[in-house]
Design a protein around this ligand. Structure first.
Ligand code: IPE
Ligand code: IPE
Ligand code: MG
Length: 251
């Protein structure tokens, strides 16, 4: 049988319950460029095109929340030239996407140690977050200078200051940078790597994991739809038995 077209795939995905919150570890930009004999930054540039395409598709099918790992706390240790190029691309992206976010009802959000970002990025991020604050069709969260362990330390300190040693899981959850977002349903990583790389450690507890061989710059609407279709074919059990999940009324 021929592979389904993007339209068929999209119709199939729309006919079943969608994940509310999808997060993506956007990996493989460097390898995409290196296999073409290009500098790594060319891969990052093409990667920002994939961000645009995937955001548009996510919004069109009706995801509530899309979270993109754009720059990790550990990525600061890359060569200065690459970090500088990534910061410039990020600033350009924030400037060029504001109009489309407004047109599509997308609210921009950011998580991570945002005060480590250079001023020119921070200013554009703050402007885009302020401008889109009233939008409610989809929340697009960029993880920038983000680390899951760093988030947990921050949250533990904040929750302990507020609640003392009696703090519980709800207190910790309420102190996470992701507070207010829906539960994470699906975590996607591109480029064939099978690791979490310090992303959303708490939030991954019951997320479905999906690993794609596609390098991030080549990841477009069909690839996202395939990831969602894979999620829709799974049974999530949350510790229960298969029978309990299939017939929840019988306990
Ligand atoms: C992901 O692509 C983008 C960032 C981490 C900023 P990489 O730059 O990690 O690409 P590879 O893994 O070297 O191919
Ligand atoms: C994870 O990718 C971070 C982002 C995608 C932003 P990395 O390329 O930095 O992860 P490792 O080093 O392969 O674990
Ligand atoms: Mg990588």
């Amino acid at each position: 049988m021929a592979d389904p077209t993007v339209e068929q795939l999209e119709a199939r995905v729309r006919a079943r319950p969608l994940p509310r919150h999808v997060a993506i570890i956007m990996d493989g930009n460097g390898r995409w460029a290196e296999t073409r004999g290009l500098p790594r930054v060319a891969g990052h540039r093409e990667g920002s095109e994939a961000v645009r395409a995937v955001t548009r598709t996510a919004r069109r099918v009706g995801l509530e929340a899309l979270t993109l790992y754009a720059f990790s706390a550990e990525n600061w240790a890359r060569p200065d030239e690459e970090v500088g190029a990534l910061m410039q691309l990020l600033a350009d992206y924030l400037e060029s996407e504001r109009a489309e976010m407004m047109q599509n009802g997308i609210r921009l959000n950011a998580i991570g140690e945002l005060d480590r970002l250079p001023g020119f990025v921070r200013e554009r991020l703050d402007a885009a977050r302020a401008e889109t604050a009233g939008n409610d069709r989809m929340v697009l969260t960029l993880a920038l200078s983000y680390g899951g362990r760093q988030e947990l330390v921050h949250a533990a300190r904040a929750a302990a200051a507020a609640r003392g040693p009696a703090l519980d899981a709800d207190d910790l959850e309420a102190a996470l940078w992701t507070r207010g977002l829906p539960e994470l349903d699906l975590l996607v990583r591109t480029s064939g790597e099978r690791r979490i790389s310090n992303f959303l450690l708490w939030q991954c507890a019951y997320a479905e994991l999906y690993f794609s061989e596609v390098l991030w710059p080549d990841f477009r609407d069909a690839a996202l739809l395939e990831a969602i279709a894979s999620f829709q074919a799974r049974e999530r059990r949350f510790g229960l038995t298969g029978a309990q999940v299939a017939r929840p009324e019988r306990g």
